[in-house]
Design a protein around this ligand. Structure first.
Ligand code: KG4
Ligand code: ZN
Length: 358
């Protein structure tokens, strides 16, 4: 089945053409085209995504991307399925993709009444869940645990098979990507903050400052990240006296702490919480595989930390993390999730659903 997929939930306009085959338990994908028009430069001056600017950019980019796909197919586009993100995301941004998909579908049907092309709404989070199925040949074994870490979500899932899962935990406040972006702003780094903090942290000492590890010892699978960002804010504001040194268990004098040390120590706090909670879930579920997806999964230092802890705890666990281009938003993951939804015969209303969840 050939799938044309469209993604406009946030600040990336993306379109892909993907061939899919196989049953619901083991879907397989071949990428024909995977286009992303990033809006990062547009939103950078504002330090975050501005919904109406995102809408304007999507409206401008969608026809351009579609034309590139058409051109690559010598203007003979055949798609069995059009898959479009309906949520979660920014409502005005979501509508641009949905309307584009609807218009395209109508036009195709008008030109050819016998056409069997279907149109399906996709949950963006399912895209992140299926992203690791887009590449590699390593077999996903079940049960599995899945950690979705993006700009808007931090979710832990117990995955029975590719078509069935249960949410076991999520953030009670900020998402981990949001925490990265807000902390980056405190450090005067540009948007999006995740890659900037990761880069800066390479020159820092992860043990320089002991930032809090919220909820790390709670026996649930929920997360909390807003306190961590606030702690970085207080770290800047507080008097750099003896009490301060004790409170943050500083490994060096306050005036010797660099911005890179703050970034590295911040990341270490994030890594400790994410790995502790996720691996606890892995043990509870008796997972054979761990899937990680979403923009924050692109962080190589986080991937290394997971590998280190899996080894340290002697877990027999296969780690599935997509390459960075499939971690951050793109339309290939929407095609993958669209295919599974199609196989499941899952009907979703073709309306923007800003707060859609898993
Ligand atoms: O999945 P995504 O592209 O969009 C959403 O669905 O939200 O995730 C975007 C988030 C942003 O918060 C960004 O700062 C974060 O992913 N991110 C990273 C890295 N690359 C992107 N966070 C940490 N390290 C990275 N290398
Ligand atoms: Zn995303």
């Amino acid at each position: 089945m050939r799938i044309l997929s469209i993604e406009t939930s946030c600040d990336e306009t993306a379109m892909a053409l993907v061939d899919a085959k196989g049953g619901i338990k083991n879907p397989r994908f071949k990428l024909i085209k995977n286009l992303v028009a990033s809006q990062i430069e547009v939103h950078k001056p504002f330090g975050g995504v501005v919904p109406n600017l995102a809408k304007r950019e999507h409206l401008k980019n969608l026809p351009i991307l579609f034309d590139q796909i058409l051109k690559a197919n010598r203007y003979k586009l055949k798609a069995d399925l059009i898959a479009v993100t309906v949520g979660p995301g920014l409502e005005p941004a979501l509508w641009t993709g949905i309307n584009f998909a609807r218009d395209l579908y109508r036009e195709l049907k008008t030109n050819n009444k016998k056409l069997t092309t279907k149109l399906i709404g996709v949950n963006h989070l399912e895209g992140h869940l299926y992203s690791s199925k887009l590449e590699g040949t390593k077999k996903l074994e079940f049960p599995a645990a899945a950690l979705i870490i993006s700009g808007g979500h931090t979710i832990l899932l117990s995955v029975k098979n590719m078509a069935s899962w249960k949410k076991i935990g999520e953030t009670v406040d900020d998402a981990v990507g949001e925490c990265y972006d807000k902390t980056a702003r405190l450090l005067n780094l540009s948007y999006p903050g995740g890659p900037e903090i990761e880069k800066l942290a390479k020159d820092g000492d992860p043990n320089a400052i002991q930032f809090p590890r919220p909820m790390i010892h709670q026996k649930n699978y929920d997360f909390s990240f807003s306190g961590l960002k606030t702690s970085v804010l207080y770290f800047f504001r507080e008097n750099k006296n003896e009490e301060f040194v004790k409170k943050y268990k500083l490994s060096k004098k306050p005036d010797k702490i660099s911005k890179a040390d703050i970034a590295a120590s911040f990341q270490q706090a994030v890594f400790d919480v994410l790995t502790a909670k996720t691996l606890r879930a892995v043990k509870k579920i008796k997972a054979k595989s761990l899937i990680i997806g979403g923009g924050v999964a692109a962080n190589r230092s986080l991937q290394k930390e997971f590998k280190k802890k899996i080894k340290k705890e002697n877990l027999k666990l296969n780690l599935f993390v997509p390459s960075p281009k499939f971690c951050t938003d793109n339309a290939a993951i929407i095609a993958a999730a669209g295919y599974v939804s199609f196989l499941k015969n899952k009907k979703r209303s073709l309306k923007a659903q800003a707060n859609l969840n898993l």
